[in-house]
Design a binder for this molecule. Structure first.
Ligand code: EPS
Length: 385
């Protein structure tokens, strides 16, 4: 099993991630981890925090001479915006007492019985996702060993939409959209709409508001057989949805055609099955998003996520002071205007972690060598199916 936990607050010394279950013998590229962290920081509409954070990281355990050894991997990512006065010595900064609607401030303070909302916001901040991106970068490297590639592209920012059909069996097409997104400052694959989106973000910024959007995250070269229908908690669609909705601000996840399935009759939407001795069983369409009966069917796994507008607003909403109980405007703190681009990178990481765990369950093994042998054997079984 591959599991991970993060620890750390947004302005404390560091965010730490502990990843357990990565098999031994995986050569780790630190450069690839840095690249993923850099991708997370990018995106037009983010705050100055992302321009000065360097996400310098240090491996504390589980790796020797750049190779995993099977023990838990612990990695620390430094916060350049460390605010010592908020964490050490006697309380030096005034308490924040007016919760932001839509954020964890009020529910968190009531749950943990805290009087300073910073106790909540410091940990519930999306800064925590740097830890997920580090874990995801390692899982991506594990999946690469099996030819799996993960990518994403933004499909909607506020009301500007990417209108091409992305539900395809053509891995090359998905990678093309991903690569176009990589060249865009908002990770939007239709370059003709980029200027419009930038203008939109500028307008929203001048109105002191925020906007959300949608993005697609996908994985290609996934073998048949990950996940299972035999137990509710093993269904691959359920697991992927769980991993992705755990990302702050994600409000919905749709597999394949998602809620659009309801616009059609069954005969119009189910992906018909074909066979050729060369390809084996295959489909020409991919409305299922690569998953049938809770099991991967060999087509690209395609999932769409929606992200709400960030609730930290320069135009604060009505709220109530938790100390005085008087009506008040929410606390104003630094905020992103639009973070959909970064969120898509975090989603790639979460999908990578989920799929790496499924690979481990299906192909087992404490070492990469063992895992590869099991993978090859299963491919042989399928040839004779
Ligand atoms: C974030 C860091 C945070 C926020 C943002 C995401 O930094 P700071 O609070 O210093 O500005 O910019 O957090 C949120 C959007 C949120 O709602 O918590 C990051 O590194 O991603």
């Amino acid at each position: 099993m591959i599991r991970f936990f993060t620890a750390g607050e947004s302005h404390n010394k560091a965010v730490v991630v502990l990843i357990d279950g990565i098999p031994s013998g995986l050569k780790l590229s630190l450069e690839k981890i840095s690249v993923e962290l850099k991708r997370r920081r990018k995106g037009y509409g983010r705050t100055e925090r992302q321009s000065f954070e360097e996400d310098e990281f240090e491996i504390l355990s589980g790796v020797r001479y750049s190779e995993t050894i099977g023990s838990p991997i612990c990695i620390k990512v430094l916060n350049k915006d460390y605010r010592e006065q908020d964490f050490l010595g006697d309380k030096a900064t005034p308490a924040l007492t007016v919760p932001r609607p839509g954020h964890a401030d009020l529910t968190g303070a009531m749950k943990f019985l805290r009087e300073d909302l910073k106790d909540i916001s410091e940990r519930s901040s999306a800064r925590e996702t740097v830890g997920r991106v580090v874990a995801g970068a390692i899982c991506k490297q594990l999946l690469e060993q099996f030819g799996v590639r993960i990518g994403s592209f933004v499909t909607k920012i506020y009301r500007v939409k990417f209108d091409k059909n992305y539900l395809t069996v053509d891995a090359g097409m998905l990678i093309k959209y991903h690569e176009a997104a990589e060249r865009s400052s908002v990770r939007f694959p239709d370059i003709l709409k980029e200027k419009k989106i930038i203008k939109l973000i500028d307008n929203v910024r001048s109105n002191n508001d925020t906007i959300g959007g949608e993005f697609v995250v996908f994985a290609v070269n996934i073998p048949v057989g990950l996940g299972s229908y035999t137990q509710w908690c093993d269904r691959l669609n359920a697991l992927i949805t769980y991993y992705l909705t755990s990302i702050p601000a994600i409000k919905s996840v749709e597999v394949g055609l998602g809620k659009k399935y309801t616009d059609f009759c069954g005969s119009q939407v189910h992906d018909e099955i074909f066979y050729s001795p060369k390809k084996g069983f295959y489909r020409k369409t991919n409305n299922a998003g690569g998953i049938e009966g809770g099991i991967s069917n060999g087509a690209p796994v395609i999932v769409s996520c929606s992200m709400k507008p960030i609730p930290t607003l320069y135009k604060p909403l009505k709220s109530v002071d938790i100390k005085t109980k008087k009506s008040s405007l929410a606390n104003i703190v630094r905020s992103d205007i639009c973070a959909v681009a970064s969120c898509s990178v975090v989603a790639e990481s979460m999908l990578a972690i989920c799929l790496a765990d499924e690979f481990k369950k299906k192909f087992g093994g404490d070492s990469l060598r063992e895992m590869k042998l099991n993978y090859k054997n299963y491919q042989k079984c399928l040839l004779n199916f």
